[in-house]
Design a protein around this ligand. Structure first.
Ligand SMILES: *Cc1c(COP(=O)(O)O)cnc(C)c1O
Length: 371
């Protein structure tokens, strides 16, 4: 039997706590946390919240992590109203657990919902769900440097209806997955393939939304990059296939030899990363001239050949900051500087990880402790 009890929460809807009656033992957990990798191990609990057009958000529960059942007619399976988020809870050097800028994820989740004509989850409910899960699964937050508890909120349409229109019912789920150090053997630069055949996002499309369909559409290009011997695909603009947008599921940065730090501007076809936003601030903190601009693939190649581009890196929640070493395209390829991780890249990476892990001061108030 599960014990149900209420706990005051800051949002209007209370999350009912019905903890797992069979959480894994400390031994099992220790075995799973020894080498969690990414996205393969799941914690003991999840949060679920339902929405109906005539009721609003209701039935918020924290329960055991478990399968869900859906009718074959469930509309998300046909028309793809599905959005998600990714954020992390970090073990703090001084003890405790803290989230990195979770209100940014809550706001983006709402923007994604709006773009897909879905109901928006209130910010406080999003934050409460994250706090409730992290409290319940606190022992699943890994403690070694570079490790974290990755949190995955998602929302999808659950109407059993085949007509094409925005659904009237949605389900929100949140679960956690301990994540190992992305670079256990030390930071390794990635190789990238410039995709001129496929595009990720077009003006007026869903590029700004963190929706499932964007990822479905990206897989064939990622497979093509792998066929070319590259780790990741770089997305170019949809019109001219010339201007650099993103790398896989990460934003890109160019460190210029003159000290400028350039990232492609948010034109509506890029995903506005929380990490991207944080690096703009950290770059300014380090005295760099930060620019949200535009760079073509020709400028990228020329800049690497004449030395005006000193470093290139990608950034995102999962891998934090990842140097780009090699670039390949249909007409050849080139190396960024000497192909090794650059000094500015590593400085920004260390600055961000220091704040996230509580080993450095947090001057911008980005960390949100979970008590
Ligand atoms: C999630 C995502 C990013 C990175 O966003 P963060 O908030 O920094 O994790 C970048 N590009 C795409 C396409 C994404 O889906």
């Amino acid at each position: 039997m599960t014990v149900r009890y209420r706990q005051p929460m800051s949002s209007e809807l209370t999350i009912e706590l019905a903890p797992s009656s069979s959480p894994r033992s400390a031994e099992d957990r220790a075995r799973l946390l020894a080498d969690p990798g990414f996205g393969q191990v799941f914690t003991d609990h999840m949060v679920s919240i339902s929405y109906a057009a005539d009721r609003g958000w209701y039935d918020a529960q924290l329960t055991a992590y478990a399968p869900i059942t859906l009718e074959p007619a469930t509309s998300v399976l046909h028309y793809g109203q599905a959005i998600f988020e990714g954020l992390k809870a970090y073990h703090q050097a001084g003890g405790g657990v803290a989230l990195f800028r979770p209100e940014m994820n809550a706001a983006r989740f709402q923007r994604s919902a709006r773009r897909l004509a879905m109901a928006e989850l209130p910010t406080e409910l999003f934050l409460d769900s994250v706090r409730a899960l992290v409290r319940a699964d606190r022992d699943w937050v890994p403690t070694r440097p570079g490790e974290s508890l990755y949190l995955r909120p998602l929302q999808f349409a659950v109407d059993p209806f085949l007509g094409v229109r925005p659904a009237l019912a949605y389900r929100y789920l949140l679960f956690g997955s301990p994540a190992g150090n992305y670079f256990p053997g030390g930071v390794r630069p990635v190789s990238v393939w410039l995709s001129t055949e496929y595009v990720r996002a077009a003006p007026g499309g869903t590029g700004e939304a963190k929706c499932a369909g964007n990822y479905a559409a990206s897989l064939v290009a990622q497979a093509q990059a792998a066929d070319q011997g590259c780790d990741q695909v770089v997305w170019l603009d949809a019109i001219e296939h010339r201007f650099v947008e993103e790398m896989g599921g990460m934003n890109l940065y160019f460190v210029m030899a003159d000290g400028r730090l350039l990232t492609p501007a948010l034109t509506g076809t890029l995903l506005p990363g929380v990490t991207r936003d944080s690096i703009l601030t950290l770059g300014r903190d380090l005295g760099m001239d930060t620019v949200e601009g535009r760079i073509s693939t020709d400028e990228w190649q020329r800049g690497c050949e004449d030395g005006t581009i000193a470093e290139v890196f990608a950034c995102g929640t999962a891998a934090v900051v990842t140097p780009v070493g090699q670039v390949k395209h249909a007409g050849g390829g080139f190396t960024v500087a000497d192909g090794a991780p650059g000094a500015v890249t590593m400085k920004l990476r260390d600055a961000l990880l220091g704040i996230q892990q509580g080993t450095a001061p947090d001057p911008h108030g980005w960390m949100v402790p979970v008590d």
